[in-house]
Design a binder for this molecule. Sequence first.
Ligand code: ACM
Ligand code: ZN
Length: 623
Amino acid sequence: MKKTYQILLCALITFVVAGCGKTAKVDTLSIVPEPVYVNMKEGNFTISNQTKIAFENIGQNTTTAKYITKTMRQMHMRTAIGNAATDQCVSFLLNDSINIELGEEGYMIEVQPTGIRITANTETGLFYGFQTLMQMLPDDISSERYKKITLPCCTILDYPRFEWRGSHLDVSRHFFTVKDIKKHLDLMATYKLNKFHWHLTDDHGWRIEIEKYPLLNDVGSWRVDRADVAWGEGEPAHEGEENRYGGFYKKEEIKEIVEYAAQRHIDVIPEIEIPGHCSEILAAYPHMACANDDTTYQVQIGPYWPPRAILCGGNDSVMQFLYDVMDEIIPLFPYQYIHIGGDEAVKSNWERCPRCQARIKELGLENEDQLQSWMIMEVEKYLQLQGKQIIGWDEILDGGVSSHATVMSWQGMKGAVKAAQHGNHAIMTPTDYCYFDYYQGNPNFCPPAMNHPLPLYKVYQFEPIPAGLTTEQARCILGGQANLWTEYVNDYHHAEYMLLPRLCAMAECLWSPADRKNWPLFRSKMVHHKARLTHMGYNVFEGYFKPVLFTSQNNDGTLNVGFDWEVEGTEIYYSTQGTPEKEKGGIRYTEPFQVKPGTVVSTASYLNGELKEEVYTFTIEKK
Ligand code: ACM
Ligand code: ZN
């Protein structure tokens, strides 16, 4: 551990300002997610504005070649197209014969004194190789002009552990512009995340144009504006108040985003929530509520619990509505999956609704959970006829699922385990590791967020394959995903703050082999990535300074106390007298120490000499 730390302290990039551009010599790499294999070698190669790029077996006009050329040019590199055989090039080669190890998404990079060569079986692999190459360049490459960058010779071989590396964004609770979504897709691409789960409909606003049901947009996409106060602190709508907050994506905008994502090798999964989380639908089309539900629904403006709004399960016009909506969704999203929600549908209206009860009886169902499953399976059949598969939150298991449904496990991992045991595919998004609407730091020092802290350290511990699954069952776990619900996220600038740097940890959990994960190394890489992301214009959270406590027991009954920390360079001081600050005699923490059970240990964290946050206290007890 210590050795890695020392090596990383040497991981300096040296800059020399020269002429109209800087020069840099890169000594060590700081790639996130950590590649499968890296071998550093003697020698180096210098990229300058004379360096050319070459494409072999891949046309210059392919999406990926154009992306690479454009990005290199944006970085002020005059990238003429060259010939790999004769010029000193950065060359991109699509393999003639498939390299099995690299698979669909893997790549190899060889930096040699004569040039850099990136090879892959697919354009996706070349794209990811290019993302890695970008991360080998100085942290400020996106904002500074470089004349020369000298890279160390090395070989990198890399491919992902999981095929599903997702990022979910709720655009219902708050709405984000096309430009915001593109910035988000750029961020995902940087970290080799490949599934954008777009939560387009919910109680707080319907966000996609549907021509056949115009009130979804005229009514369902708008609510009264309380964006200037924290979630939950806004007044209810006043009599006659205009609905000014909201918006929706026009079909042309959806196409533009899907195309932008495809250029970055990202699939887009729309989520259309059924049968619950639908106040906005019922505000627009009240007849889709249950027969006995006389609520006047509005597009919700704040916390809304329990979520009783539910589409009537006994009304044929609701089913027709769902098919009609899917008819408009399908042509917009080329990827095979559509997310149908299914979570948190409170079924009290169904219990009382004569139409729902008649449907239950007619179909011989046992209960309301089975009515939900029937509805979802009907929609699933409809989608399957058009070549689509469904994903649903883990509640879809409650009344039974078809063998083709993919389960997104958010209430812990048990949903995914159950799904995998039945041979269904599953995606891991347990709240404990994947809910980025939770605080990432001390709530006293952060803007309001949803729940108890989920710090970077904890996200990094995410292991998507739970113990106890057979090899066959483990194969059903497609991967995992970070979810960002946006009740407390008013704009994309704040979304970035909630996502970063946690999304980096998520990317490493989903891409890198489990045995390549290394917390001290990751922590030190974050120094570079926070700087890199800031130069790229992202809003990055500084870090949580509460030490992570470790204890173990000795034979004599005493306990060993150790601390870990989140931000590279943090110095922890501690005391058993309640005064851990440096100037009050706090002891600098360097290694675990012994105390008696029941001892109260307090700590103070410093970064660059500055006291961070507050004094934390820990009562050290036997486990
Ligand atoms: C969820 O968080 N309700 C899926
Ligand atoms: Zn009903």
